[in-house]
Design a protein around this ligand. Sequence first.
Ligand code: ADP
Length: 340
Amino acid sequence: MNDGAGSSRKKRVFSGMQPSGEAHLGNYLGALSRWVDMQDDFDCIWCIVDDHAITAGGDPAELPGHVFDLAVSYVAVGLDPERAIIFVQSDVHQHTELAWLFNAVTPVGDLERMTQFKDKSQRFESVPAGILNYPILQAADILVYKSDAVPVGEDQKQHIELTRDIARKFNAAYGDTFPEPEPLIGRAGRILGLDGDAKMSKSLGNTVPILSEPDEIWERVRTAVTDPQRVRRDDPGRPEVCNVFALHGHFGDAALVEDVATQCRAATRGCVDCKRILSENISKRFAPFRARAAELKAKPTLVREILDDGANRARAIAEETLREVRERMGLDWRRGVPNG
Ligand code: ADP
């Protein structure tokens, strides 16, 4: 982006992931691989959103370990602390402070019509307010850095629309402060889980974790649901309805994908052999990540330093925004004390 004054400023992007379990192949294709590619062209901020994770009601004793594991995954896949800010949300309290202030401009009706709220609230007898207010914190995560864009999956598009509404409403009420960030929706779309039915998701146990060893990857991929009409090995299969075939498209070249489709239709290769090829290709693609993760796990101090340094850099930007916001909202009471 050029500001017209001869200097140029990279567009800023923010995105995050919940530390609610092992990062998986859907996270990689839908989010992490894109984030890695963006690091040269954008000013990137990658967050581990633990304040969000508490709304899922996991075991507090496990949360710190999940944060460490996700930090290892971030760096292992290629998020680079030299080129991006990598940090943990709860280290930068300005996120939650801004979320509270955004309550002032966010209609409850807007929160209630969010698809994710409707889905998630069904799982509770008494719905925690955090499930309803989740998108306000998400808006604060993004806007506290005045981000220009947010790389997310299709599932998050509605929340980014709400973030834009919140920015617009805040600007109208208190003066021009925030940009309206663009969602950058990835081409990978929604990766289905090994059940071949629901979105691949940490909470559903239908995943292939990125850092699994080859034999663990095989244990998972072996269970993948294929074309339900292909009962016996010599039944011709339908690649177009098979999730294993869809996954081959992400891990094999064009020649392999064509071969898989042809052999499936002709029943010349069985599903188990087909899954074996997929499992090997996934293992191969993720091999460098496993190696890097092993190095990082052996150097926990390095991981801590990356996150501490990231939090310091993030906090400096976030506090600048909060100072401006507090002033615009009249939360600087010292201005009201007469001189003397
Ligand atoms: P999960 O549902 O596994 O808990 P998150 O909600 O933490 O994953 O999502 C982190 C990022 O990964 C988001 O940008 C989201 O859009 C992306 N993502 C998660 N699951 C998938 C999937 N199955 N397919 C594509 N992208 C996904």
